[in-house]
Design a protein around this ligand. Sequence first.
Ligand SMILES: [Zn+2]
Length: 307
Amino acid sequence: MLKEQEINLVSLIDNFGSEEACRNHLRKLRWPEGVRCLRCGSDQVPWLENQKKHQCRSCRYQFSVTTNTIFHDTHLPLWKWFLAVYLITEAKKGISANQLKRTLGVSYKTAWYLAHRIRDALNEVDAQLLKGIVEVDESFVGGKVEGKGRAYKGNKTVVVGAMQRGGNICLQVVRGTDRETLHGFIRENTSGDTEAIYTDEWPAYRGIADSDTKHEAVKHQDKEWARGEVHTNSIENVWSLLKQSIVGSYHQVSAKHLDAYLDELEFRFNNRENPHMFRDAMLKLVVADNLPYAKLIADQAHLVRFS
Ligand SMILES: [Zn+2]
């Protein structure tokens, strides 16, 4: 069995270079306690080598290792899926559909759809609440409009983000920078006994403190960037990572898909010290719902250019 610490391109190809090796790996991830019939739960499910399927002795149901998973019903060989997951989780600034297309030798449409399904699966539905010292900030993806205040959205997409000092981030597309939106985001994503919330002086943040959570703001307008430990530099570094990855790898992201890119960035960032990142990503994919292509391409309006 592969030691996850040693995952790199070479070990990936060595260990998952064949359909059989990939299938065996998925089987172990999906049924760590042994294969069970998907229909009746029986554990009497011999493997039919010719059909590449298990068949249940009780109910006769036949199923493959990928039945009812994201990997099913795709003409893509499993090893290309594995390679795509590796490339997406490994690329610090993300990887474009064009680059995936070239590396995997597939069509642009296949690469694009593949990347979206992987991102969708990495979505951290069970993310832990942030606690301790949490920095919160908003960003206008696509750049601020000169001469306009922060309340001006224009056709920009507003993203709000929070980062626990030395810990995880949480990023989300929001409709605006009003008090209700920002307070709602903070309450939803931080623990009730968070020690401190640090923001800039934007008035909508006022009133977020309570008896066991203090709130302090740095006054960027007065060129104050840090007051002791009070600053928002960590979350601002995340904004620069986000902008580099959009400009450097994607060139354009529709407002509709920005949330998916944020999920991907969030997953990579929150797993930056996780030696089992590839395995954990594969585990998420094995249990993920499939994302229908039709749903993905619906409402393709609002394509925003960033470069
Ligand atoms: Zn059965």
